[in-house]
Write a protein that binds this ligand. Structure first.
Ligand code: GNR
Ligand code: NI
Length: 171
């Protein structure tokens, strides 16, 4: 297992639509495992392959790994698709690819998602609260969408300006 380097905005690789997985083979399983490692280390509750520079439709998540009792309940999904949505909620989001930034985003309160699990078997799961937010946030990444794209143009431009500066200061 390995910790992979994370891309941060602005980076055009984060804006690309990722390609579906044809088959969950050992290479995809290794990617999923490395992504999970990287996510736990960050730490984060979700991660999408484009964030580690891999333009494939793969996400991992674990919303149990927060707070006191860091339980491990990882979710691995290739080619995730939202089948059903219900309700609305507003959540204060952050993103490992948008450092030092938070913003309120309106999402569906409950989503049912279908995809291939780590064994390549089609599975369906329903999430609400943080899991619903996380699934929508990760699937957005596969479509080249960041949470700041859901904010007003003014807020997004202010954030991007700051992120650009952050990067310039790194160099
Ligand atoms: O770790 C993460 N926390 C989080 C909090 C609120 C809404 C979404 C997220 S996802 C984020 C990790 C990440 O950037 N995944 O793409
Ligand atoms: Ni993110």
């Amino acid at each position: 297992m390995a910790i992979l380097p994370l891309l941060t905005a602005p980076d055009k690789r984060l804006k690309k639509v990722a390609r579906p997985v044809e088959r969950v083979d050992d290479a995809i399983r290794r990617l999923m495992d490395d992504m999970l490692d990287t996510m736990y280390r960050a730490p984060g509750v979700g991660l999408a392959a484009p964030q580690v520079g891999v333009s494939r439709r793969v996400i991992v998540a674990d919303v149990a790994y927060v707070g006191e009792e860091k339980r491990h309940e990882p979710i691995f999904l290739a080619n995730p698709e939202i089948l059903e949505r219900e309700g609305e909620l507003v959540w204060e989001e952050g993103c490992l690819s948008v450092p030092e930034t938070q913003g309120e985003v309106t999402r569906s309160a409950r989503v049912t998602v279908r995809g291939l699990n780590r064994e390549g078997v089609e599975t369906t799961l329903t999430g609400e609260g943080l899991l619903a937010v996380c699934l929508q946030h990760e699937i957005d990444h596969l479509n080249g969408v960041l949470f700041i794209d859901h904010l007003s143009r003014l807020k997004r431009d202010m954030i991007l300006k700051r992120l650009k500066k952050l990067k310039e200061d790194e160099n």
